[in-house]
Design a binder for this molecule. Sequence first.
Ligand SMILES: Nc1nc2c(c(=O)[nH]1)N[C@H]1C(S)=C(S)[C@@H](COP(=O)(O)OP(=O)(O)OC[C@H]3O[C@@H](n4cnc5c(=O)[nH]c(N)nc54)[C@H](O)[C@@H]3O)O[C@H]1N2
Ligand SMILES: Nc1nc2c(c(=O)[nH]1)N[C@H]1C(S)=C(S)[C@@H](COP(=O)(O)OP(=O)(O)OC[C@H]3O[C@@H](n4cnc5c(=O)[nH]c(N)nc54)[C@H](O)[C@@H]3O)O[C@H]1N2
Ligand SMILES: [Mo]
Length: 765
Amino acid sequence: MRSPISPETPEDRLSLRLGKPKKLAAGIPAAVSSMKHGVTKMGLVKTVKTLTMVNQQDGFDCPGCAWPDPEHRTTFEFCENGAKAVADEAMKARVTPEFFSKHSVQSLAKKSDHWLNKQGRISHPVVLEEGASHYKEISWDNAFDRIAQQLKSLSKPERAVFYTSGRTSNEAAFLYQAFVRSLGTNNMPDCSNMCHESSGKGLGQTIGIGKGTVTLEDFNSSEVILVIGQNPGTNHPRMLTALRDAKHNGSTIININPLPEAGLERFKHPQDYMKLDFKSTQLSDHHLQVRIGGDAALLKGFIKVHIEQGRLDDAFIASSTSGYESMASMAKSTPWDSIVRDSGISKEEIVTVGRLLARSNATIACWAMGLTQQPNGVAVIQEVVNLLLMGGHVGRPGAGFCPVRGHSNVQGDRTVGIWEAPSEQFLDRMERGLGIPMPREHGYDVVNAIKAMVDNRVDLFFCMGGNFLSATPDTNVTADGLRKVNLTVQVSTKLNRSHLITGKSALILPCLGRTELDMQESGKQFVTVENSMGVVHRSVGGLPPAATSLLSEPMIVAKMANRSIESSPIDWMKLAGNYNLIRDLMSKSLAGFENYNTRVSKENGFALPNPPRDTRSFSTFDGKAHFTTHSLPNLSIPEDCYTMMTMRSHDQYNTTIYDVHDRYRGIHGNRRVVLMNALDMVERGWKNRQKIRLTSHFNGQQRSSNGWQLVAYDIPRGNVASYFPEANSIVPLESTAEVSNTPTSKWITVSIHAQTKVNMGHEEE
Ligand SMILES: Nc1nc2c(c(=O)[nH]1)N[C@H]1C(S)=C(S)[C@@H](COP(=O)(O)OP(=O)(O)OC[C@H]3O[C@@H](n4cnc5c(=O)[nH]c(N)nc54)[C@H](O)[C@@H]3O)O[C@H]1N2
Ligand SMILES: Nc1nc2c(c(=O)[nH]1)N[C@H]1C(S)=C(S)[C@@H](COP(=O)(O)OP(=O)(O)OC[C@H]3O[C@@H](n4cnc5c(=O)[nH]c(N)nc54)[C@H](O)[C@@H]3O)O[C@H]1N2
Ligand SMILES: [Mo]
């Protein structure tokens, strides 16, 4: 067994305290919690000033999630977790060169993610020389020289890899992809490869666009809303407002999830307290507690019921789709026994909800990681497509697809070119716009980038944001890979574990955050972002930068390009001095971005073209929407094993750990917990707090991790749940979804063993 990269018993772990899981989300405790986080990290005056700028017309886009804002914004249009994300960026503490001279990289590696993040905003560029124990300050010029040197010494451009996380603005991302493609490679893995890649592939193949097809207004005219594999109370709290309003307008909400997540049970908008309205709304009408991976079977059941009920949109199916017969005959021949066994839901319940769906005139399907991070992620999303196409639920009011994106600009980054597998059409247009030949060979996605590093095929690894080491699967393998690279570069706002497990030498380049004022040669700049529903709008930072030495992301790209590329038709520095010029270049180089500067200056931005939504047309090879035929996935696992999902707590933003609690699930003080069905625990003679070792099993390989505790929870038998990134050391790199190559973070086969010898710290027995 390899040694762990992060501490198994972090110093700041508290005793595990267990309370009752909450049913009610948002409301006063949430508002108090957001203020508390804000005031502790930013101070009172800054908290009030900052939070009132979020998602305002002349304010910044909330870095919390990609859920869109309603057109008529109120001052309090932020949520608890948005407030935490903002407070975390705007915090007072600083990680300075003095900080790095005090703490060696090795000593920092022993700290928890929570501790690392708490140290504050990184203030200066720093370098870790080969063999050195500490980072030390480096000038921006010298930092860019090192990158340029490394780039110039590559034997071929494919030996450089450029990762992007999803907070990067459209302007920065566009310039960045122009730079990377100027070098001659499409090696642009991004967080989307681990996130909604399955949605992009699943929808792209069937409806001709890899994005959702609904607007926020559609929620108000929907009759049924499916929420599948998603925990909006924690991860998209503002979505609860849309669900509440839909519900008030008569919509029925169906929640499909192995866990009873707080927000979907009861919800209360903080503003209702201000209006002294103390009632909460029960959001979901049906909770189908599906087994992990059982969605394909459940959806097949709905499709069967729909066929039996009739009420198909025959005209739409005949004129605008293909593949119905084959899909329907597969559903008809799938036995109920298999459907009930695999989904874990009774036939009666499936029929009840299936009839509701068949009767609906306007259905929206929302989903997130519960579907995308499965081995059959693409196929199961295509079952959602099948179900909605049967009733013609696309391109009409109140109906359509709603993959709920994660990072606040992950969708925009992809639109403007962060993509390792761009289409020929996209590259042709880019080539004309930029006046530079585009590389045609597809590049590495996240998993293939790790494999390339492990195989000594990468010399430079550059990350525009994110935390590659902790976010990716198989932490120890990823660490091995990173250590083989000559130079790793992280453009970051906050300290994280990717700064500690590095290439032979490493740079940290600190950048402005979304909340901050961005002054360039031509004056104050704004950037643009695309939300989960394809609306592009402005974001203007307002706070003074965390340090005077920070550069904006576009400026970092420009300086790097200027230094590394001998002659280019692009005047990088001029573009970074005036983002209007970047947007002009985007107008020339991207379909749908014509007159970009004029259109983004409109009050609520503008919606990008979306053929299924705009004209009920489908840009597939035959111009039709496609039904697809899939058999049920094989859900069998070895005896004595469990299926594990890895998920987010209420106190984290991906790998950024705000605190060690998960308030809605009633779990406090320790994140290294495994949620398990009480009957499964009794069967093994275990109680709450039992110390265990987790071992994953994949293709005959085993990966183990110590220092976990059990918590009895309302989860289907045979299923368990743990938090990421702690569990990532046992997520096998090779275990990825078919077609999308997304790591199967929600489908890990594990065995569980009592742990007796290792000291687990100081929790009460
Ligand atoms: N506060 C906060 N907000 C965030 C984030 C954050 O970390 N913190 N992260 C952002 C990002 S990048 C993303 S991608 C989104 C993630 O948003 P979510 O997708 O909501 O995040 P997860 O915690 O991964 O939870 C997935 C849900 O899927 C369920 N699930 C697991 N397996 C299955 C299954 O087989 N079937 C079904 N039906 N359900 C299943 C889990 O019980 C859980 O409720 O949130 C974004 N917003
Ligand atoms: N097991 C498991 N693994 C998962 C998942 C899961 O559900 N289970 N979810 C996956 C998903 S959906 C995603 S999206 C990925 C997330 O993967 P990433 O996007 O790589 O990770 P984050 O934790 O969001 O990145 C946090 C870091 O971003 C930097 N940062 C924050 N804001 C900015 C900014 O404005 N600019 C720059 N340059 N840097 C900034 C900070 O330094 C911070 O430490 O993780 C994936 N990994
Ligand atoms: Mo994500």
